[in-house]
Design a protein around this ligand. Sequence first.
Ligand SMILES: [Zn+2]
Length: 342
Amino acid sequence: MLRPDLLLHPTPKGLYCPPGDFYLDPVRGAVDRAVISHGHSDHARGGHGKVLAHPHTLAIMAARYGDSFAKQTQAVEYGEAIEINGVTVWLSPAGHILGSSQIVVEHKGLRMVFTGDYKRRADPTCPGFEPVENTHVFISEATFGLPVFRHPPTDQEIDRLMRSVADNPDRTHCIGAYSLGKAQRVIKHLRLAGHDRPIYIHGSLEKLCEVYEAAGVTLGELRPATLEDRSKAAREAFRGEIVIAPPGAFEGKWAQRFPDPVIGFASGWMSVKQRAKQRGVELPLVISDHADWDELTDTVREVDPQELWITYGREDALVRWAELEGRRAKPLRMVGYEEEMG
Ligand SMILES: [Zn+2]
């Protein structure tokens, strides 16, 4: 069997496949050929030559960077095998955001699986993570790779938000959520929990919500959270309503335009009380699009690879855990992937 590092190895631009001559999620500069796991900007950059990805990821990239984000694109459905210079590539759902994929790379009897970002708990906006059988090398992220990270059930966090809205009918709930994935997921969870009032969204969410709708993820009535009409009546209309915006929007003056705002933030990092405090978050919601410690370790056990490689995040604890389980594991120490998506 081929030696794994001959099929995929880390470079400053991202994971590179020499026989296939392509990169996985190249993060530094443009490359001739890229296979992209999902649409978050720290994985999906514009300007590459050829880009292969799930159709929803390509739609997200087009919404963010314009239709000419790559010279050539190739849409691949989950499970559909493609040959690139004799190397087989296919995608399996990663359960992270719409279109998110594990990238399976196969050559000369060796099967390597690059997870991109992933989580295991149910997300009503995308298909769930599907473990790939007979994986020789499992290349996992480890954003929340410490035993202290154990995310609570999502329904519990959505209930806290619903209760806060019910208990504070005179205040505006301004919820920070990353504009791709987390925002749409929070909206969808609110709908499933019975919140049927219009939800107000920041302008940066509009196109991405449209991509989700076009993919069949219904989000209910969304209205722009703009205050072009600066009258008192226009401001007052936000009392009792929910506004969703990227976290940064609520750090400036933007949120203060809404009457008596309750600042919330939906992120896995909200389990770190100090972070919530630093950001002035009154309602921290621990809702993550990444696997927590139990999800990471359960997934490694389930996939049961011959080798575990860890791309980025808290690599050391996961490597140590794997070694104690008698597994071969190594950190790749890849840089360029941000942690704010949590
Ligand atoms: Zn991501």
